[in-house]
Design a protein around this ligand. Structure first.
Ligand code: NDP
Length: 326
């Protein structure tokens, strides 16, 4: 089978498209014919080697995929079932989606929810499913449409684009933060009410800033998240899921103890199955599929490796779907 393979010899990482024997697939009780994989920020880190995402070599990257069950000894799945996989260390510790077949634990799989198809589920991918987890985190903390603006960082990226479409569909007013002014029309097209230059969130962090937003979804971390927290309105809530700007958080306790701000952490990788099923059901019911198509680009399998570096440069718009065996 055809696969992207990351190898390591004497501390040097290399990556190429190779023919790999199916016998080399890791253990698992479900074999899946991969229809689509996708490119996420973490895949880019793995393929470029910019961060130690890959824990075992050789590794097939691809933290997510959609496809059809070919063989199963898991009680919940039978051949022909259409499934989605996100995370669980796939593409990091366990061979991932950028190959024609994947063998995984059936416990990791989510059945494809109607009305979305395999390509749409891949277009949503881990970035979109994480955006949904962030929206659910805001809802759980009581942030409602009509409460005031929700700020979304990394707006033109994968998580940001899907988050805007989801929030707008539910009637939230969205302020999109981007470093790319040229994407303003794209962001308004997804449903953003206003577009903010990223520089407004990268300056010196004050313990408390002007109260601007009722909620936030942050993919950047670092100074962007710290500034977002300091500009939350009283009892505002920020769902934080990313580190596109950095791992550190140069904040103070002021937003928490003086404004009652909540910082809700969001992890998609080890997220329990019940939350995944809820997120995918909500994606299937809430997401405007026309907007999903607008934010999706298809990338040939052969161009995956050369495209990965665009994530590191921050120049990818929306989501990238990779047809494997559509
Ligand atoms: P993308 O590359 O598609 O989007 C990231 C966006 O962040 C960019 O498009 C850019 O948007 C913005 N950005 C880039 N560099 C910076 C910077 N230095 N400062 C501020 N903003 C910046 O990635 P994804 O959407 O796939 O992922 C976003 C983040 O979320 C990543 O850090 C990823 O690791 C994380 N993530 C975490 C998950 C979890 O389970 N916690 C799951 C999925 C993703 P713009 O040009 O519009 O500003």
């Amino acid at each position: 089978m055809k696969a992207v393979l990351i190898e390591k010899a004497e501390d040097t990482q290399s990556v190429s498209v190779k023919d790999v024997s199916e016998d080399q697939l890791p253990d698992g009780d479900v074999l899946v014919d991969v229809a689509y994989s996708t490119l996420n920020y973490k895949d880019a880190l793995a393929i470029t080697g910019k961060a130690p995402v890959v824990r075992r070599f050789p590794m097939v990257p691809g933290i997510d995929f959609t496809g059809t069950v070919a063989e199963s000894s898991h009680a919940d799945f039978k051949p022909g079932d259409r499934v989605i996989l996100n995370g669980w260390g796939v593409g990091e510790k366990h061979w991932g989606g950028l190959a024609e077949r994947a063998r995984v634990s059936g416990d990791w799989l989510v059945p494809l929810p109607a009305p979305i198809d395999l390509r749409q589920a891949a277009a949503i991918g881990t970035a979109g499913y994480t955006a949904m987890l962030c929206v659910l985190a805001l809802e759980r903390q009581g942030v409602m449409p009509g409460d005031g603006e929700i700020v979304v960082s990394g707006a033109a990226g994968g998580v940001g684009s899907v988050a805007i479409a989801l929030l707008a569909a539910k009637g939230y007013e969205v302020a999109a933060v981007t470093g790319r002014a040229a994407e303003a029309d794209y962001l308004r097209g997804l449903g953003a009410a206003s577009v903010i230059d990223r520089s407004e969130l990268t300056g010196k962090v004050r313990p408390l800033g002007q109260e601007r937003w009722s909620g936030g979804i942050d993919v950047a971390g670092s100074t962007v998240l710290a500034n977002m927290l300091s500009m939350m309105k009283y009892r505002g809530v920020v769902a934080a899921c990313g580190l596109a700007a950095g791992m550190e958080l140069p904040s103070s306790v002021a937003p928490f103890i003086l404004r009652g701000v909540t910082l809700a952490g969001v992890d998609s990788v080890m997220c329990p199955k019940s939350d995944r099923l809820e997120a995918w059901a909500r994606l299937a019911s809430d997401l405007d599929l026309g907007k999903l198509e607008e934010l999706t680009t298809e990338l040939p399998f052969a161009e995956v490796i050369e495209t990965a570096s665009k994530f590191i440069d921050g120049t990818v718009r929306g989501r990238i779907v990779v047809p494997v065996n559509p």
